[in-house]
Design a protein around this ligand. Structure first.
Ligand code: UD1
Length: 337
């Protein structure tokens, strides 16, 4: 049995599906702060299984204690967190409160109740403007440029120290690159509230006519086509990495009790390439224009995935065009078009 915090969210719902497909029982805790119950319906539609669901805030220690009392999970995947970079700059305490307190509660309760394994959702944001590319897990982290990024760095450190101090605890931090796309059934996907910050939801909403025009933030970077380079990882591939990480710890195959893995494709793709790939794979034209660079963006970041490939035996498999087709299929499902 696995506790999935934030299981109603974008990455959490896809991971829940893959966990169920792999035979795990799942307990979801979510407070719907950036999600809703439709993803739970989608999980049921795909798997035929209704995971146990508890509506609770991970920052509510007593509510979480009741979850630990009631369910005998050995492993936790902790997704629940705020993730908007810009908002975190405006409201840092909201981010520090939410993202740190929830992690502290879970780690404390895991210790108290003797639960062994945790996967933590980290981010390529911890590398910042990296000096070497692609980045390996040993590439030094740069000081965070946003409170959001700082919560990911601090959380990694808290996890490392907590695992070091508790010999029955194991932890894996997965550093996600840019997760995109949706489940091939189009029954679950990303549901951003308001104006999307991320590229692919902005693209699909523009294609749907919800947004007038996509702005490409910068075509004057020192890259082959002048736009930024990212490592876009399919959401189902990303979800599978969590199942492998849990299995590694459950089966006692981890080499160290705390480990970090990059979860990406290892392939840099430019913003222009992604936009053109979206048009090509979905056979449509997108309204876009070049706009000034966005403050805080790094020029390029992509993963060296050797460690995940060799140690986890995991690698990204889905073709980018299929991923981009799934993103559009999901948007059409959401908009009924
Ligand atoms: C962003 C966050 C990162 C976070 C991740 C979560 C920033 C600076 N970074 O990563 O910390 O972990 O989301 O998913 O916000 N782009 C456009 N037009 C748009 C939107 C994006 O051109 O309307 C470009 C961006 O300039 C960037 C690329 O597309 O070059 C990817 O942007 P985005 O999807 O926001 O991801 P990141 O910035 O890489």
């Amino acid at each position: 049995m696995v506790l999935v915090t934030g299981g109603a969210g974008y990455i959490g719902s896809h991971t829940t599906v893959e966990l169920i497909n792999a035979g795990y029982e799942v307990v979801i805790v979510d407070n719907f702060s950036n999600s809703d119950a439709s993803s739970l319906e989608g999980i049921y539609g795909i798997t035929g299984v209704k995971p146990t669901f508890i509506e609770a805030n991970c920052c509510d220690r007593e509510a979480m204690r009741r979850v630990f009392e009631a369910y005998d999970f050995a492993s936790v995947i902790h997704f629940a967190a705020f993730k908007a970079v810009g908002e975190s700059v405006e409201q840092p305490l909201k981010y520090y409160q939410n993202n740190m307190l929830s992690l502290l509660n879970i780690l404390e309760l895991m210790g108290e109740y003797g639960r062994q394994n945790i996967v933590f959702s980290s981010s390529a944001t911890v590398y910042g403007d990296a000096e070497e590319l692609p980045v390996t897990e040993r590439t030094p982290r740069k000081p965070a440029t946003s409170p959001y990024g700082n919560t990911k760095q601090m959380a990694e450190d808290i996890l490392r120290d907590t695992v070091a101090a508790n010999s029955s605890l194991r932890g894996i931090a997965l550093r996600y690159f840019n997760p995109i796309g949706a489940h091939p059934t189009a029954l679950i996907g990303e549901l951003p509230r308001g104006v999307p910050n991320n590229l692919v939801p902005y693209i699909t909403q523009t294609a749907a006519g919800v947004r007038e025009c996509l702005s490409i933030f910068g075509d004057d970077y020192d890259t082959p086509d002048g736009s930024c380079l990212r490592d876009f990882i399919d959401i189902v591939d990303l979800a599978r990495a969590h199942v492998v990480a849990i299995g590694r710890m459950v089966e006692d195959k981890n080499k160290e009790r705390y480990e970090i893995f990059n979860v990406g494709t290892g392939r840099p793709v430019s913003v222009f390439e992604l936009v053109n790939g979206f048009e090509r794979s979905n056979n449509l034209k997108l309204n876009y224009r070049v706009a000034p660079r966005r403050a805080g963006d790094v020029m390029a970041v992509w993963a060296d995935t050797t460690l995940a490939n060799e140690e986890l035996g995991w690698k990204a498999e889905r073709e980018l065009e299929d991923t981009l087709r799934s993103a559009w299929a999901w948007e059409r499902h959401v908009r009924n078009i």
